[in-house]
Design a protein around this ligand. Structure first.
Ligand SMILES: C[S@@+](CC[C@H](N)C(=O)[O-])C[C@H]1O[C@@H](n2cnc3c(N)ncnc32)[C@H](O)[C@@H]1O
Length: 264
């Protein structure tokens, strides 16, 4: 997300509130995280692994099962961690922290994994500096993040209604590539996947975003309740995008692997 005014406390509170509902609606999140996991080399053996922005711990458990190592699940939302702890694995450790200020020793971990979390960092470059610091020489971070074009239909529909920023801003791909190139890693790889979900009605999408804790937290969002008239206007504007399969919601997911050099 490119808005430096994004409020981390609000992000943490919103995800904490969503902890109990997240897994029921997180189909896309599981799919893109699994695609990221599949990008790791088949025979990779690592220990000292962190799941950054672990949420309910779905991928903390997947990493634990794949590498047969304890995994550190780290998240800014205490409510997410409380929920994750109840799901196991019991060998995992959980820690409340900010990806931009990791309370971890330098050169202490071999693999950092992060699925759909770092777009919530106001300063991605800072999160990558922290990742580089914490990785051992030769270690890697595998992460994915949302880029511009994500929820474009919703953004355009709101724009037609009142011109406010109602949808989180996502970084243009070129800006992301520039950050990756300047992040101090020995090499980087970035591919973009496009996923289009379909909903019979707009309420299906908006309820899902709320259940994920991912509804709009950018500054510039108007305060107060969404009036009925505005909601009707939004629904009408979104109808312009309707396809035979339903109302589309596009997600552009950048899947990224960065290697720390052996001499770094
Ligand atoms: C969309 S959820 C993804 C959760 C999990 N990785 C998954 O794929 O199911 C994003 C998570 O990132 C966490 N998060 C947001 N900003 C963060 C930050 N600055 N540091 C650590 N975690 C953060 C949120 O609290 C939330 O649990």
């Amino acid at each position: 997300m490119t808005d430096t005014a994004i409020d981390k406390q609000a992000v943490a509170a919103s995800f904490s509130r969503a902890a109990a509902t997240y897994d029921q609606v997180a189909e896309l999140q599981r799919s893109v995280g699994s695609n990221l996991l599949a990008r790791l080399p088949e025979h990779l053996q690592v220990e000292r692994i962190v799941d950054l922005g672990c949420g309910t711990g779905y991928f903390t458990r997947a990493l634990n099962a794949r590498f047969r190592q304890p995994v550190l699940g780290l998240d800014i939302a205490e409510g997410m961690l409380r929920y994750a702890r109840t799901q196991g694995p019991h060998s995992s450790q959980w820690i409340a922290a900010d990806a931009e200020a990791l309370p971890l020793r330098s050169s202490s971990h071999q693999l950092l994994f992060s699925s759909l979390a770092l777009q919530w960092c106001p300063d991605l470059a800072q999160a990558l500096r922290e990742s580089l610091r914490v990785l051992e020489p030769g270690g890697r971070i595998a992460f994915n993040t949302l880029v511009e074009g994500t929820l474009q239909e919703l953004r355009d529909a709101w724009q037609a209604v009142d011109g406010y920023v109602h949808v989180n801003r996502f970084m243009p791909l070129a800006q992301l590539q520039q950050i990756l190139a300047g992040a101090g890693f020995a090499n980087w790889h970035c591919d973009v996947e496009t996923h289009v979900l379909h909903y019979p009605q707009l309420s299906g999408l908006t309820h899902e975003l709320k259940a994920l804790g991912a509804h709009n937290l950018n500054s510039g969002r108007p305060g107060g309740l969404t009036g009925r008239a505005r909601l009707r206007a939004l629904t009408a504007a979104y109808e312009a995008f309707r396809e035979p399969a339903g109302l589309p919601a596009t997600y552009k997911v950048a899947q990224i692997i960065l290697h720390k050099g052996l001499t770094a």
